[in-house]
Design a protein around this ligand. Structure first.
Ligand code: PMP
Length: 404
């Protein structure tokens, strides 16, 4: 049994009110709330185990290092990486992609080379490549989609050329909810000898992910979207790939030996982790992953799928409802517009009812252009949302609709 009310009790913030109304938090695509165990891990480590990691001989430093490295192992297990050396801690998805874009294009790309992305990417999987493109005149090729929000795999195949160096796609769209067939996308790329980076920001919190089964070359995600702390994230990379990439930032931790004449770099994963890491954050992230693992990612996925089915069915009953993203394989992210009500008005009025949704372009302006709209209202579910909250959303939308 999936006891959502017991789960909710682990998240103190869900008990609060806004404007005197019970909070209905449906902005999990932007960030998730934190269970007590994560918050307590952060305060506990500051109170009891705080010391800088890796270089200390003293007791506290060694204990902090053990926690930090145990967290790396927790992440390894969570995504089934082969080795903990393949887990690089970053500040989040955005930094992971910037790291990869900079080091990959610097070492693996020449002028005229191409990266394939999709039309539904978040800006953080577009702009880092464009920054590199400005310096190295590399090109972005874009996988199109159909009106339901499915990537066109035939068109994808046609984008490959002898210039293709990397494919970089979202596992789950943060706007449409589409679960992209990344396994097939990766197999196709590998058949062309091209590696693949998967943006897992919207998949890691919602489904089991096995990077070896996917055969992903790189996989990135943020801690804060999977019930962990802000400011910490992950870049997974196959060892053979990470070995080939140069360091990203310079500083402490990432070196083996420094002289003014010549500096040598540390081994994996430290080569990519310049400076003091967010070792408190990594412990918090590991706690969050332990938390969702204890519930079970399969069970979370099944529960959220059922909730999403219910929400889609209820929302479709609303006159004037337009839902963006009708892919057969979809997660709990629902973008919509109602009649000609501006998304900002809808979001603001829902907020007054205690319902937190997101409005706007969701950092996916090229996708908005493809859809021919400026923005949407987006409700996105987490493991603690309920049918009653979906009902509150539907009632709220109906109320707003009648006002217009
Ligand atoms: N990619 C996707 C698909 C996302 O949804 C987000 C967050 N909205 C990001 C990347 C960026 O994540 P972060 O801001 O945590 O770096």
């Amino acid at each position: 049994m999936y006891d959502v009310h017991q789960i909710r009790a682990d998240f103190p913030i869900l008990g609060r009110t806004v404007y005197g109304k019970p909070l209905v938090y449906l902005d999990n695509g932007a960030t998730t709330q934190k269970p007590r165990c994560v918050v307590e891990s952060i305060t506990g480590e500051y109170y009891n185990t705080n010391a800088n990691v890796h270089r200390g001989v003293h007791f506290l430093s060694q204990q902090a290092t053990e926690l930090h490295e145990a967290s790396r192992e927790t992440v390894r297990k969570f995504i089934n990486a082969r080795s903990a050396d393949e887990i690089v801690f970053t500040r989040g998805t955005t930094e992971s992609i910037n790291l990869l874009a900079a080091t990959f294009s610097q070492s693996q790309m020449e002028a005229g080379d191409e990266v394939i992305v999709s039309v539904m990417e978040h800006h953080s999987n577009i702009v880092p490549w464009q920054l590199q493109a400005m310096q190295r005149s590399i090109r972005l090729r874009v996988i199109p989609m159909d009106d339901q929000g499915n990537l066109l795999t035939d068109e994808y195949e046609k984008l490959f050329s002898e210039k293709t160096r990397l494919v970089s796609v979202a596992h789950v769209s943060n706007v449409l909810g589409t679960v992209n067939p990344v396994r097939e996308i990766i197999a196709t790329a590998h058949a062309h000898g091209v590696p693949v980076m998967v943006d897992g920001a919207q998949s890691i919190p919602h489904m089991p992910v096995d990077v070896q089964a996917l055969d992903a070359d790189f996989y990135v995600f943020s801690g804060h979207k999977v019930y962990g702390p802000t400011g910490v994230g992950v870049l997974y990379g196959k060892e053979e790939w990470l070995d080939r990439l140069p360091p990203y930032q310079g500083g402490g931790e990432m070196i083996q030996h420094v002289s003014f004449e010549k500096t040598t770099f540390n081994e994996l994963p430290f080569k990519f982790e310049a400076g003091t890491p967010d070792y408190i954050g990594t412990t918090g992230l590991a706690k969050a992953l332990d938390y969702v693992s204890a519930i079970g990612m399969e069970r979370i996925a099944a529960y959220e799928q059922e909730l999403t089915r219910y929400a889609l069915q209820r929302l479709r009953e609303i006159p004037g409802m337009r839902i963006f993203g009708e892919a057969a394989e979809r997660g709990g992210v629902i973008s919509f517009l109602v009649g000609d009500i501006h998304p900002f008005d809808m979001g603001t009025l829902l907020d007054r009812l205690g319902i937190a949704v997101r409005t706007g372009h969701h950092c996916a302006q090229p996708l908005m252009t493809r859809l021919g709209i400026e923005g949407t209202v987006r409700a996105s579910f987490g493991l603690y949302n309920t049918r009653e909250e979906v009902d509150a959303l539907v009632a709220g939308i109906e109320r707003v609709r009648k006002m217009f």
